[in-house]
Design a protein. Structure first.
Length: 546
């Protein structure tokens, strides 16, 4: 990782103003403390001058006005647990990082209409716990990263989940937004203050404003509605392992699309390659490198066989009435059975005698199938993700190469020096495009000598996200540079092929619109109109830097 420069100190007048607004515990200006709070998993690092912690919308407004008077930019972050994309790291030096994690109020849950109104500090765990404690019939979708990620933060960066409500941005409806002049805007197109449908009807009257504040810097979202799903009558879980020859993978992709298109698969599964699975189940086998930077194909195959991992694996929730779930199981077994092994193991999360029996038998069955005990350990957390129950089980993979073992609690890869970075191009859901994207990806991995990590994420019946990532040593400047170069070449390769990433890291945010100059110019005009000082997050998602 590049060494960060010492942060620029804010004026004493501004610091006094911020402490008057937030209290002494709401402003962090000590350089060592600021450095620790804003650590990143990325190979590029920028340090802010201070971190502030507003507790409500009024404090956000006051901080924005104080920063405007001083001419200091503000980088807003919900909780900063988007590990591998930028965390609490801005794309410029100095300024104020505004951390919204203390804004943790759940304002309302509407059981009849199926939505919640939450602030940006509300995590997946907090929302799920609230629903379970209240006996709600509703489920909230969650990301597979960490239970402590922000519901709104992930949605505003177009993050994805796993259930039928996996489109997190699509589930947002009606926002409260602090603009650069401190004004509080209520979106929804209806009468401000008493619009009864602002959280149930997206479009309102006139131009749709909510989209202006997603992956943007035109305002700070301090509250929003998020749609939830009612618990289905029946839930089950399919586990699939690809056993067919590699040359049939294209046909499998097309058949998988048709299952999704026909709603025989209603979830949004992640098809993980063998290396991605091994990150979850094992620690990196450094002893198998034999002086290389990444595993040979033969070494990777031997490692895979040791743990009983297939070349491709995915899990999938099944939802609906008994008749609907029977149809889903029949179609999944019929179609995917051509390519590998399908098991229905949803009973593993039941609290009755049968569920206890399944959990007792699972380790024995896994051993008979040549699988390591870790398969059993991740079974229940994996199934629960498809019920909207968040977990930290899978973010532990961030430690698999940089540490001797994965922690079981207090997981924070950025704080603990884990180096990794993601990029996810969006690709049409056809065998031709998916196989081309995989081939392009492999070439870039081979050029920079990284192990090939990929998940093909079902975005919709028409598109997938080919999520790729690399793990590197943050303490090694050469390895950090290699990861940085890998990221930029992978991004350029995907864009040249017509596969734009669905989100950007802070390493590429200022360049995010460089390949669409009319769109970049329009964004600059909108930014100049709404934020003439370029106060809020300059450079974010292709807008002008400061």
């Amino acid at each position: 990782m590049s060494e960060p420069r010492p942060p620029v100190t804010l004026s004493s007048e501004l610091l006094e103003a911020l402490r008057a607004i937030l209290g002494s515990d709401g402003v962090l200006a000590d350089p060592d403390a600021v450095e620790q709070v804003t650590r990143t998993c990325l190979p590029d690092r920028q340090l802010p001058s201070a971190v502030v912690y507003p507790k409500n919308a009024a404090e956000v407004q006051a901080v924005v006005r104080a920063a405007a008077r001083a001419g200091v930019p503000v980088w807003p972050v919900s909780t900063g647990r988007n590990w591998g994309y930028g965390e609490r790291n801005a794309c410029y030096e100095a300024g104020i990082t505004m951390l919204l994690e203390r804004m943790g109020r759940i304002w309302h849950v509407d059981e009849q209409l199926g939505y919640a109104v939450v602030e940006p500090g509300v995590s997946y765990k907090q929302l799920n716990d609230h629903l379970k404690r209240s006996g709600s019939r509703l489920w909230a979708d969650c990301a597979g990263s960490t239970q402590h990620a922000s519901v709104l933060g992930n949605a505003l960066d177009k993050g994805r989940g796993l259930t039928p409500m996996a489109d997190h941005y699509g589930a947002l409806c009606g926002m409260d937004v602090v603009l650069a002049d401190g004004t509080l805007l209520e979106t929804g197109g209806g009468p401000a203050g008493h619009n009864t449908v602002r959280h149930t009807y997206k479009w309102g009257v006139g131009p749709y404003l909510d989209g202006l504040f997603v992956q943007s810097n035109l305002g700070i979202v301090v509250k929003a509605g998020v749609w939830l799903m009612p618990a289905p009558e029946v839930f089950d879980f399919a586990a699939f392992e690809y056993k067919a020859s590699p040359d049939r993978l294209g046909a499998f992709i097309d058949d998988l699309r048709e299952l999704v298109m026909s709603r025989a698969i209603r979830a949004h599964p992640h098809l993980a390659n063998d290396f991605a699975m091994m990150c979850i189940l094992s620690q990196y086998p450094h002893e198998m490198l034999e002086g290389r930077r990444h595993l040979t194909d033969d070494a990777a195959a031997r490692w895979r066989v040791q743990h009983g991992v297939a070349r491709w694996t995915f899990g999938c929730g099944l939802y609906g009435s008994r008749e609907e779930v029977r149809y889903q199981k029949r179609m999944i077994r019929k179609v995917l059975g051509r390519y590998g092994m399908v098991q229905f193991i949803g009973a593993a999360i039941r609290d009755d005698w049968f569920g206890r029996l399944v959990r007792y038998v699972a380790p024995i069955a896994n051993r008979l199938l040549g699988k390591s005990p870790e398969f059993t350990d991740v079974m229940v957390p994996a199934i629960n993700l498809f019920r909207g129950i968040p977990t930290d089980e899978f973010v532990r993979q961030a430690y698999f190469k940089s540490h001797k073992e994965k922690p079981s609690t207090d997981i924070d890869p950025a704080r603990d020096g884990c180096g990794f970075v993601w990029i996810g191009p969006v690709v049409p859901f056809t065998s031709e495009h998916v196989m081309k994207a995989l081939a392009l990806s492999r070439l870039v991995f081979e050029k920079y000598e990284f192990d090939f990590f990929v998940e093909v994420i079902v975005e919709s019946p028409r598109s997938v996200i080919v999520l790729v990532g690399v793990f590197y040593d943050q303490k090694d400047a050469v390895d950090s540079a290699r990861a940085r170069d890998w990221y930029h070449e992978a991004r350029d390769t995907y864009i040249a092929a017509g596969y734009p990433p669905y989100r950007a890291t802070t390493m590429s945010m200022p360049d995010a619109m460089d390949t669409n100059l009319p769109a970049k110019a329009l964004l600059a005009q909108l930014k100049a109109a709404l934020d003439p000082q370029n106060l809020i997050a300059p450079g974010r998602y292709g807008t002008p830097p400061r």
